[in-house]
Design a protein. Sequence first.
Length: 87
Amino acid sequence: MRIWAVIVLIVGTALPGLAQQQVSVAQLETILTADRTSPDADLAAKLSELILTERFSAAHLEHWRSQLPGPRSERALLGVADPAACV
């Protein structure tokens, strides 16, 4: 009985992490512009839920990185950007 409770708890906490939203470069630009004043941790959490559906230029990446509030959001942006480079 306890093992099932542990399994349900583990699965329940893992499922929200699987809910990711696909966005275009334009949508990502909009999100970054709208959340410019958000705390670093909040923006990082939002970015970590995104999947970029298209490639972008190095200029885009440098522009976005220059406007981020801190290192957490920068790591999250790079996590979104890296897979998109292979699209």
